[in-house]
Design a protein around this ligand. Structure first.
Ligand SMILES: Nc1ccn([C@@H]2O[C@H](COP(=O)(O)OP(=O)(O)OP(=O)(O)O)[C@@H](O)[C@H]2O)c(=O)n1
Ligand SMILES: C[C@](O)(CO)[C@H](O)COP(=O)(O)O
Length: 396
C-alpha cells in the first residue's frame, strides 16, 4: 500500500443545537445539496489530499449515506467512523481511526464549514513543512469589548495580534495524535489549543472570509446568499473535429495515444495521431479557439515528430483557463485495419489521463467504410470527434 501523505478528518458528529430545528446542520440542504456534501467534496477533489474520513454520529448513518450519495464511490472517501460526545472526542477518534495508514499530515475540518476552498487547504498544508501545525485564521478587525453584568462594558480588549481560528487545522500526524490523547478530558474548543497544550509550534495562515461556520439558524440564510453570489451559470457547448492521415511505410500507428503494431505507419508532421488531432480540434471548436494548426503551425519545425498529447494538453489548458470543464468526448475512427476494438479501453484511459477527466466521460468507437473510399482502400485513417464543454456563462 502506498503511504498516504495527507488525510483529512471531517468532524460531522455534532447535533447542531444552536442552529435550531431541522436536524443536524451538516445534513441540511444548502442550495440543492447537503452541507456535508459541499464540505467533503472540497477535500475529496483536492490534489494534495489522499484520503478523507468523515466522523459521524452513530444515529446518523442513514442521513450520511443519503447526503453523500453522489460521492460514495469517490476513490479517496474512507468509511465513516463514529464520533464522541464533544468535538474534541470526535477529532481524537477520527485521528485514531487512520493510525494504520500512518499519514504524514492530518487536516482536521468542521463539516459545518462548507465554503472551504482549495487555496486555503493548500496554504495549511504548505505551512506544515516548517511547523508542527498550521491553521486557517483571520485577523480581528473589529474593536473588542469585554462585558460585565447586563452587558455593561468592563474593558476594551486590544485586538493587536488577535486572530479568529477557522478550520482546516493541519498537523504532523504523530504529534497531534499524542497531543489529543494527552488532552483527553480537558475541554478545548479547537485542535490548535490541543497542540498548544502539548507545546507544539502552530502557525497561522490566511483563512478566507467565506469560510464561515454554520452555527446559528440565520447562518443558513447568509450561506445561501454567498452560494448564490459564487454560483456560476454554466452553458454547454459542443465542438466537432475531423482529421485524416495517409499511410506510409512503417510498422506501427499511434492512435489516441496508443501504439498499435501494423504493416504501415501514419504519415504526418507530428506523430500523426489522427484520433487525438480530431479530438483536439473538437475541444478547440467548442471554445472557439480556432484549430490545431493555429496553435501548432505545421510550418514550425519545433512540432516535427511532436507527440500529440502536447496538442491535446493545450486544448485542455485553454478550457481550464476559462474555468470550463470538458464533460464528454466521443471519437470515431474510420479504417479497415488495424483492428481498434482490442485497444479501445487503453485509448479511453490515455485520453482521460491527458484531459484529467474520468474515462467514463470518453468514448472511442471505430468503423470500417465497407471497403469504400480511401479508408476502404487502406490508404489511410480518418477520425471524427465531438467534445462537450461546460463554460461559465458570460455576464453571469
Ligand atoms: N460531538 C461533536 C460535536 C461537534 N462535532 C462537529 O464539530 C464541528 C464544529 O462544531 P459545532 O459548530 O459546535 O457543531 P455542533 O456541535 O453540531 O453544534 P452545537 O454546538 O450548536 O450543537 C461540526 O461540524 C460538528 O458536527 C463533532 O464531530 N462531534
Ligand atoms: C474549531 C472551530 O471551528 C474554530 O473556530 C470552532 O472552535 C469549533 O466550533 P465550536 O462552536 O467552538 O465547537
Amino acid at each position: 500500500m502506498v503511504k498516504p501523505d495527507t488525510i483529512a478528518i471531517i468532524v460531522a458528529a455534532g447535533r447542531g443545537t444552536r442552529a435550531g430545528a431541522g436536524g443536524p446542520k451538516q445534513y441540511r440542504n444548502l442550495a440543492g445539496r447537503a452541507v456535508i456534501a459541499w464540505t467533503a467534496e472540497a477535500f475529496l477533489n483536492h490534489p494534495q489530499i489522499d484520503g478523507v474520513r468523515v466522523i459521524i454520529h452513530r444515529d446518523d448513518r442513514g442521513e450520511y449515506d443519503a447526503a453523500m450519495d453522489a460521492l460514495l464511490d469517490h476513490p479517496n472517501l474512507l468509511e465513516p467512523v463514529f464520533g464522541g460526545a464533544e468535538r474534541q472526542d470526535s477529532v481524537r477518534l477520527g485521528i485514531e481511526s487512520v493510525e494504520g495508514k500512518t499519514p504524514k499530515y492530518v487536516l482536521i475540518h468542521d463539516a459545518a464549514r462548507p465554503f472551504i476552498d482549495e487555496k486555503t487547504i493548500a496554504r495549511v498544508i504548505e505551512a506544515l513543512s516548517e511547523h508542527d501545525g498550521a491553521l486557517a485564521a483571520l485577523p480581528v478587525h473589529d474593536t473588542l469589548k469585554r462585558a460585565g453584568a447586563e452587558n455593561i462594558i468592563e474593558t476594551t480588549v486590544p485586538r493587536d495580534a488577535l486572530w479568529r481560528a477557522q478550520t482546516p487545522q493541519g498537523f504532523h500526524y504523530d504529534k497531534i495524535l499524542s497531543a489529543h490523547r494527552a488532552a483527553c478530558g480537558q475541554q478545548l474548543t479547537d485542535d490548535a489549543a490541543v497542540a498548544e497544550a502539548a507545546g507544539l509550534c502552530v502557525a497561522l495562515v490566511a483563512g478566507s472570509p467565506d469560510n464561515m461556520k454554520l452555527t446559528q439558524a440565520e447562518d443558513f440564510g447568509m450561506a445561501e446568499t454567498l452560494l448564490g453570489r459564487k454560483a456560476k451559470v454554466m452553458e454547454y457547448r459542443t465542438g466537432h473535429g475531423f482529421d485524416v492521415h495517409a499511410f506510409e511505410d512503417g510498422n506501427a500507428v499511434i492512435i489516441c495515444g496508443v501504439e498499435i503494431p501494423h504493416e504501415k505507419k501514419l504519415k504526418g508532421h507530428s506523430d500523426a495521431d489522427v484520433g487525438m488531432h480530431a479530438l483536439t480540434d473538437a475541444i478547440l471548436g467548442a471554445i472557439g479557439e480556432g484549430d490545431i494548426g493555429d496553435h501548432f503551425p505545421p510550418s514550425d519545425p519545433q512540432w516535427k515528430g511532436a507527440p500529440s498529447h502536447v496538442f491535446l494538453e493545450k486544448a485542455r489548458d485553454l478550457v481550464a483557463a476559462r474555468d470550463g470543464k470538458i464533460t464528454h468526448c466521443d471519437v470515431t475512427l474510420m479504417c479497415e485495419a488495424p483492428k481498434i476494438g482490442p485497444h479501445r479501453e487503453k485509448m479511453r484511459e490515455a485520453l482521460a489521463e491527458i484531459l484529467s477527466i474520468d474515462a467514463a466521460r470518453i468514448s472511442v468507437k471505430a468503423t470500417t467504410t465497407e471497403q469504400l473510399g480511401f479508408t476502404g482502400r487502406r490508404e489511410g485513417i480518418a477520425a471524427m470527434a465531438t467534445a462537450t464543454v461546460a463554460l461559465p456563462q458570460e455576464n453571469s
